[in-house]
Ligand binder design. Structure first.
Ligand code: UDP
Ligand code: MG
Length: 315
């Protein structure tokens, strides 16, 4: 049987778009045979969005509406959507009609032989300086750092197999990193070109500030990928190096003081030496603390430190 599709839409103050979106989604789903549901997550909207959604839900049993007590953000809204969805495949998209529901049949077709199908807004209809340029740089940077090259990490229109999402916990603004995180554990990702339209109703919820958050999230994701099971390897080497440099400088000053009788009290080198030693010790302690946290994290959740593909010959 065809797979069950859950379409997940975070909604924050989009009352005017919603009726059009719902109609377009219905039209799109007529083109496929799959059973489906729409999961709208109202992220604490302050306009009439929730009322509109409730109206839609009353008339259509395929619609699920989750409503937050306050505005938590797009990533938490998506996470809630995943939580309440019951599909085999999850498709996420924006509520503002910038993504085109007409692309959904293509995504459903492509996900048959992939774990993630990622939309690429090749002809993106947003402001160049505040949105397209930062996003180009961010995509390049994310590709470099994570090793998973996609043209458009920021495009919300993506399809995921349920199993991929089940293994990922979302924090911060991290929904855009799902493909990278999934790919590290072996998920197959395909990119498809999708339509993009300018926003007709309402206003964008983001500005240039988001770029900085994305960069910070990228650092977190990369750090966790590389060092979450061995944090001391991140801090330790720098700590050892600084400690050693400080120690050698201190040794040199001691030699001067003891064998030549020189006064070293006013030498900048003395300060530098002390600074290096203190920093070195601190960094190693930071690494040890990290090690303890890593153990608490993995052991409290029974999280394995490996991902098995298959086991041959086990009785
Ligand atoms: N959104 C949300 N919570 C927020 C901010 C945004 O659920 O705190 C939703 C918003 O309603 C839209 C999607 O996330 O459906 C993308 O937001 P927006 O269109 O403002 O972003 P842009 O297209 O400008 O990047
Ligand atoms: Mg938008």
């Amino acid at each position: 049987m065809a797979e069950f599709i859950s379409i997940i839409v975070p909604v924050y103050n989009e009352e005017e778009s919603l009726p059009h979106l719902y109609k377009a989604l219905k039209d799109a789903m007529k083109k496929v045979k799959n059973p489906y549901e729409f999961v709208f997550v109202d992220d604490g909207s302050r306009d009439g969005s929730l009322g509109v959604l409730e109206g839609i839900q009353k008339k259509d049993s395929k619609v699920v509406v989750v409503s937050f007590r306050r505005n938590f953000g797009q990533t938490p809204a998506m996470a809630a959507g995943f939580h309440y969805a019951r599909g085999d495949v999850y498709i996420t998209m924006d509520a503002d009609l910038q993504n085109d529901p007409a692309d959904i049949p293509l995504l459903i077709e492509k996900i048959k032989d992939a774990d993630i199908v990622s939309g690429w807004r090749k002809h993106r209809k947003d402001k160049f300086l505040s949105r397209k340029l930062p996003s180009k740089i961010a995509n390049w940077l994310i590709g470099r750092v994570t090793g998973v090259k996609l043209h458009d990490y920021g495009c919300t229109l993506k399809a995921y197999r349920k199993e991929v999402i089940d293994n990922i916990r979302l924090y911060g603004e991290m929904h855009r990193f799902i493909p990278a995180i999934a790919s590290w554990v072996g998920a197959d990702i395909i990119e498809v070109e999708t339509n993009h339209h300018p926003r007709k109703y309402g206003v964008s919820k983001y500005g240039i500030m988001r770029t900085f958050k994305v960069i910070l999230d990228l650092i977190t994701v990369k750090f966790l990928q590389s060092f979450s099971t061995r944090p001391i390897h991140a801090f330790g080497p720098v700590g050892l190096f600084l400690g050693a440099v400080g120690f050698i400088m201190g040794l040199y000053l001691t030699y001067l003081k003891v064998f030549t009788g020189a006064s070293i009290g006013a030498r900048p080198l003395l300060l530098l030496s002390i600074l290096c030693i203190i920093l070195g010790v601190q960094l190693i302690i930071l690494g040890l603390l990290g090690e303890m946290l890593a153990r608490v994290y993995h052991e409290s959740q029974d999280k394995p430190i490996f991902v098995v593909k298959k086991v041959l010959g086990k009785k």
